[in-house]
Design a protein around this ligand. Structure first.
Ligand SMILES: *[C@@H]1O[C@H](CO)[C@@H](O)[C@H](O)[C@H]1NC(C)=O
Ligand SMILES: *[C@@H]1O[C@H](CO)[C@@H](O)[C@H](O)[C@H]1NC(C)=O
Ligand SMILES: *[C@@H]1O[C@H](CO)[C@@H](O)[C@H](O)[C@H]1NC(C)=O
Ligand SMILES: *[C@@H]1O[C@H](CO)[C@@H](O)[C@H](O)[C@H]1NC(C)=O
Ligand SMILES: *[C@@H]1O[C@H](CO)[C@@H](O)[C@H](O)[C@H]1NC(C)=O
Ligand SMILES: *[C@@H]1O[C@H](CO)[C@@H](O)[C@H](O)[C@H]1NC(C)=O
Ligand SMILES: *[C@@H]1O[C@H](CO)[C@@H](O)[C@H](O)[C@H]1NC(C)=O
Ligand SMILES: *[C@@H]1O[C@H](CO)[C@@H](O)[C@H](O)[C@H]1NC(C)=O
Ligand SMILES: *[C@@H]1O[C@H](CO)[C@@H](O)[C@H](O)[C@H]1NC(C)=O
Length: 436
């Protein structure tokens, strides 16, 4: 998926030992000083102006990280996307008003030939196979679920995280396309693909784990490559990643697929057969953890059951917007009217997504999203942050980053599992010396 996360600025390579030393002066210690190198990047969520159209998957928040590419280094800002593979940068220098990477100014830039094994075998998980252009260079077309796409050449260059170099990192140097959101394009240089495919950024860097933590309060957070078994964090609850042996048309084999087992509203478990959370014979129905999608999408039967139960449990405190013509972002058809002058939301029943071995609970203001500029009389419109996949013809459950706030999200590639733990991400960031 096209993830919308923006991380801010510089990455830096630290050892925990070093951080421990630096932290001694402050009250917040990185209590485990004995780890291998980890790479820590400040993570920032950035507001994006939503385009006026009601395109599916529009979003106004992205997670980005900033780093340097090329020799001499050029600063780039990339959207973090656990839902896609190939990282890419906008390389078309004739584009105005948008940050670009200029390959002609980098001595270490190397385009990849279409005869190279990188082009012929490593691009096999792309939805559109790579091809040869007129110069016999490897040409890639990337398309995303939000209908955006980009197109350009596969290339290698030196990626730098404040002093540590990753020469020969493969990425797409894109000439055309870009996203469906021009404001996002104007703020970011490209996208960092983080799925399980062999060309994803994390696979190329060779880290066996990465984690991120998105603050719910101040648009900050961290992205960390390496081990995250800090004593202040433990224990994480783990849910296994689901793998399938045979390729199926609707199953993304390089996504972070987990097993959803149920949904609770307050403590009430929705009466749903477990089979509706399992991929069918076509592969439709997988559950993906995606940092590139803002909200969460559920397949029709699960969505409808959740919708009904949420309406039922909030009947005394919320007024449903009865307007069949209003569907926010094409997928969110449960919205409520809340007086503009009210000081906050009423108390709402938490919604829990129950996975095999772990649970994510969404509560309070994260359950409702105030639709910008949508006023009805003296009321503002707030939509339920779970959408209906069926309305967008998406054959999957997608857990978006809005529901991953204040959760330590560990992606353990080696043990093929995702770990979650409830934390204050602003405080977690401070342990690594990241302040916003
Ligand atoms: C590092 O951690 C391991 C396992 O927790 C422990 O056995 C080892 O003694 C530690 N080493 C140091 C230098 O603290
Ligand atoms: C983005 O979403 C936040 C809520 O998460 C909202 O407060 C803000 O007004 C939105 N901004 C735009 C530009 O839509
Ligand atoms: C990578 O970039 C850094 C900074 O520009 C430079 O010092 C280093 O020599 C480069 N490495 C390679 C292999 O080009
Ligand atoms: C690139 O980023 C670094 C670190 O944030 C900053 O010091 C430097 O001035 C930036 N360079 C350019 C050309 O913007
Ligand atoms: C670069 O962008 C310009 C302006 O959008 C466009 O006209 C041109 O075709 C693009 N170049 C390539 C090689 O696609
Ligand atoms: C943390 O992970 C490292 C590397 O996997 C391992 O050596 C160490 O024992 C772990 N420490 C704890 C406390 O689990
Ligand atoms: C909520 O559901 C319960 C049990 O299913 C039902 O008895 C009750 O009437 C419902 N309340 C509302 C407000 O729909
Ligand atoms: C909001 O305005 C309504 C009238 O429109 C009034 O009845 C209500 O008391 C006000 N609530 C608050 C919290 O000010
Ligand atoms: C909005 O509130 C004002 C003042 O409380 C009231 O006079 C007006 O009738 C309200 N409008 C609607 C559409 O409810």
């Amino acid at each position: 998926m096209n993830i919308h996360s923006l991380f801010c600025v510089s990455a830096f390579f630290v050892t925990l030992q070093m951080r421990f030393f630096f932290s001694l002066a402050g009250p917040l210690l990185v209590s485990k000083s004995n780890a291998t190198n980890v790479l820590v990047l400040p993570l920032k969520t950035q507001e994006i102006q939503s385009p006026p159209s009601k395109l599916p998957f529009t979003h106004n928040v992205t997670l980005t990280v900033s780093l340097a590419v090329g020799t001499p280094p050029q600063n780039v800002t990339m959207v973090l996307d656990t839902g896609s593979e190939l990282s890419w940068l906008q390389c078309n220098t004739t584009q105005r008003d948008r940050p670009v990477f200029d390959p002609t100014r980098s001595l270490s830039y190397t385009p990849i030939a279409c005869s190279s094994p990188t082009c012929t075998t490593q691009t096999q998980d792309f939805s559109i196979p790579a091809s040869c252009d007129s110069k016999n260079l490897c040409h890639a077309i990337l398309s995303y679920a939000d209908a955006s796409s980009s197109e350009g050449n596969l290339a290698m260059d030196n990626f730098t995280f404040s002093g540590s170099h990753f020469p020969g990192t493969i990425f797409g140097c894109m000439d055309s396309g870009f996203s469906s959101n021009s404001d996002e394009d104007s703020k970011t240089t490209g996208l960092m693909g983080m799925n399980r495919g062999s060309l994803s950024f994390v696979s190329q860097m060779g880290f066996k784990k990465f984690s991120y933590c998105i603050s719910g309060s101040d648009f900050s957070g961290i992205l960390l490559f390496g081990d995250s078994n800090f004593t202040w964090l433990l224990p994480l609850n783990y849910t296994p990643l689901i793998q399938i042996s045979t390729p199926l048309p609707y199953f993304d084999r390089v996504a972070y697929t987990v097993q959803l087992e149920g949904i609770k509203v307050s403590q009430k478990l929705l009466q749903l057969p477990k089979s509706i959370f399992e991929p069918d014979h076509t592969g439709a129905g997988q559950t993906m953890v995606d940092s590139g999608t803002q909200f969460t999408f559920l397949l029709g039967p699960a969505y409808t059951a959740l919708r009904n139960e949420f309406i039922n449990q909030t009947a005394s405190v919320l007024r449903v917007l009865e307007d069949p013509n209003f569907v926010f972002q094409g997928a969110f058809d449960l919205c409520f009217l809340i007086p503009i002058n009210s000081s906050g939301l009423p108390e709402l029943p938490p919604v829990s997504l129950v996975f095999r071995g772990a649970e994510i609970t969404v509560s309070g203001e994260r359950l409702l999203y105030r639709v910008p500029d949508e006023i009805r009389g003296n009321d503002s419109v707030h939509c339920f942050t779970f959408g209906n996949s069926d309305l967008l013809a998406i054959e999957a459950y997608i857990i978006g980053h809005h529901h991953q706030q204040n959760i330590w999200m560990e992606f353990d590639l080696e043990k093929s599992r995702i770990g979650v733990a409830k934390v204050r991400c602003d405080l977690a960031g401070q342990r690594f010396g990241i302040y916003h």
